[in-house]
Design a protein around this ligand. Structure first.
Ligand code: AMP
Length: 216
């Protein structure tokens, strides 16, 4: 049976890390709109150029661009047996567009996992986050440091800090999240799909809570 999941939560809550694991465990594609947009920016496409100005300031990319991008992705063959949406929907407009797409194709969302953590935890996680630009591996200077400082364990590339993980932009991203995304939580709770995940603990603790939340 197809499994369609949504991972909701503020930036820095660790949902990307959990999403990679769950997608691998259930053999479904992990669709992160942030990752797709960063790839578009890196490739210098039209979409990337339009998205970059919003991303750099910590604001949201306009709904029409993101919705069209996700609709194209969901049409691909590997989404037939389900998918995990990470970072989408982020607004009610996107949620409504997703509902319309599902109604058209005859599918439904099975569960929405809502990852929660207080702002001070999120700010600490985001400001310490480092990524490998070559293989995509993620690190944290305190919680998950690489063996050699600043160097990727897997491919030895020099780790980078995302432009939008700078302190001012972090604050703005959290504000944008609160303003835009909060109503989605009410929407999915009312639909009976929402499961809350306390995300203040370690990666392993959160992973155990995720497994419990996905039990039938
Ligand atoms: P993320 O990696 O999910 O934190 O996303 C990084 C940035 O990409 C966000 O700050 C937004 O500018 C943009 N972005 C990602 N997903 C969406 C979305 N669903 N809607 C609008 N903008 C998005």
């Amino acid at each position: 049976m197809a499994l369609r999941l949504i991972f909701l939560g503020p930036p820095g809550v660790g949902k990307g890390t959990q999403a990679k694991k769950v997608a691998a465990d259930h053999s479904i594609p992990h669709i992160s709109t942030g990752d797709i947009l960063r790839a578009e920016v890196a490739a210098g496409t039209d979409l990337g150029r339009q998205a970059k100005q919003h991303m750099d300031s910590g604001g949201l990319v306009p709904d029409d661009l993101v919705v069209a991008m996700v609709a194209r992705r969901l049409e691909q063959d590997d989404c037939r047996d389900g998918y995990l949406l990470d970072g989408f929907p982020r607004t009610m407009g996107q949620a409504t567009a997703l509902e319309a797409e599902l109604a058209r194709t005859g599918g439904a969302i099975d569960r929405v996992l809502y990852f929660r953590a207080p702002d001070d935890v999120l700010i600490r996680r985001l400001s310490g986050r480092r990524t490998c630009p070559d293989c995509g591996a993620g690190y944290h200077v305190e919680a998950m440091p690489p063996k050699v400082e600043g160097i990727c364990d897997r491919c030895s590339a020099k780790l980078i800090q995302r432009d939008d993980d700078q302190p001012d932009t972090i604050r703005n991203r959290l504000d944008v999240y609160k303003a835009q995304t909060q109503e989605l939580i009410d929407y999915y709770r009312a639909a009976g799909l929402l499961v809350e995940i306390d995300s203040t603990g370690s990666v392993d603790e959160i992973a155990r809570a995720v497994v419990r939340a996905l039990e039938p």
